[in-house]
Structure formats: structure tokens, C-alpha cells
Design a protein. Structure first.
Length: 210
């Protein structure tokens, strides 16, 4: 069925409203959205990251990140350590207090996670599928570079298993999986070539073969 411009406007308005709700909730906790995003990313990389890597993951400028890092450091939520690979650089990682806060943010009590509690596996799978496509479009348009999604990974093989319940295949773990198991931030993700990603996106958009 063909989509209309009104459908796209309604979908965009819905996403904007949800994003505004989450930003407002974050500010009520005296935690600006960018600072919350930094904490969530650092929670997923226990060894820490350089500021440049963080900026790339978050898709923000180095100047904007610098302000957020200064604020987080002043609150005692992050710490800077010398980079053993480069004495001129620093590794940023969570302090014990920052780790506890990041785990609270990821624990499903607030933000987007609080809105997903009543969704079943099928609805979550549909949402994860759409998220994959939205992140892919953002990357294609140069709006994002950091998210480590299945659709952006060289190991991902959409609709390749022949199993209707678990139609996709991951070449890293060598197992089939379904939409509810799609990852938006996978530590093992390795970016594929531009041609591979474009082919995967075309196949992923199609209905699963019979």
C-alpha cells in the first residue's frame, strides 16, 4: 500500500512528541538529554572512550560534548584517566556514582523505557524493526554515525534463515533470530561496506519470503 504525505507528517509529529516528552522528563531530573546520553553510552563501554569517539557515537559536535563532559565531571559522575595508548589523550569513563545513575537510566524506570513496559514481544519487534530503518536513514543522510545497529553490521543477513519465527541470521554468533531480538547498540557490531548495507536495507524492507 502506498504511503501518503499526510501519513508521513503524522508519523513525524508522533516521533517529535515522544522525543519532547523524554527531553522534558530528563530536564525535570536536572539531567540534560545530552548528559544522559553520555552516561548511557559510557555504561556500554566499561573501558571508557575518548571524547572524539563519544562525539561520533552521539552524533554531536566536539564543542557540545565538551560542555556536557565538564558538567558531568563537576557532578562527580565521570572521570578522566590518561590514555595508555597516547599520553596526550584521556579516556573518559563512569565513576561509581555515574555508573549507578547510568544503570538507573537504563533500568526502565524513566525515559522511553517507561513507555514500553506494556508492549508485547510482537509490538517491540515491530518498533525495533522501524528503529533499524530510521537509524539507517539518519546515517545515509549524514545525521548520525555512531549507532551500532544490526542493519548497519556486516554480520547481519536479513531474511536469510528460512525460519518464519527467526528470519534473520547473525554471522557473528552464527544463529538465526527474529525482529524482537534486533539490536540497536551491539558491542560486536562491525560496519559493512556501503554496497553491503544498501543491499541489506533493500532486503530488510521487503516482506519476509514465503
Amino acid at each position: 500500500m502506498a504511503t501518503s504525505s499526510d501519513q508521513r507528517r503524522q508519523a513525524a509529529a508522533g516521533l517529535d512528541q515522544l522525543a519532547s516528552l523524554v527531553r522534558a522528563q530528563s530536564w525535570r531530573k536536572d539531567l540534560p538529554p545530552t548528559q544522559a546520553a553520555v552516561l548511557r553510552v559510557l555504561e556500554s563501554v566499561s573501558a571508557g572512550q575518548r571524547a572524539r569517539q563519544l562525539a561520533e557515537r552521539l552524533g554531536i559536535s566536539a564543542a557540545s560534548l565538551s560542555d556536557s563532559l565538564k558538567a558531568l565531571e563537576a557532578k562527580g559522575w565521570i572521570e578522566r584517566l590518561p590514555d595508555p595508548a597516547d599520553g596526550r589523550a584521556a579516556i573518559i569513563r563512569l565513576s561509581a556514582q555515574g555508573k549507578a545513575l547510568a544503570q538507573e537510566l537504563l533500568g526502565g524506570e524513566g525515559g522511553m523505557a517507561a513507555l514500553l513496559k506494556r508492549l508485547g514481544a510482537e509490538d517491540l519487534g515491530a518498533l525495533l524493526r522501524i528503529t533499524q530503518l530510521l537509524v539507517f536513514e539518519a546515517q545515509q543522510q549524514g545525521l548520525a554515525s555512531g549507532p551500532r545497529t544490526c542493519l548497519g553490521c556486516r554480520f547481519f543477513q536479513p531474511h536469510a534463515s528460512g525460519d518464519r519465527d527467526k528470519p534473520h541470521f547473525c554471522g557473528f554468533i552464527r544463529k538465526p533470530f527474529g525482529d524482537p531480538e534486533l539490536r540497536v547498540d551491539c558491542a560486536e557490531q562491525e560496519a559493512g561496506t556501503r554496497q553491503q548495507l544498501a543491499a541489506n536495507a533493500r532486503r530488510f524492507r521487503q516482506a519476509m519470503p514465503a
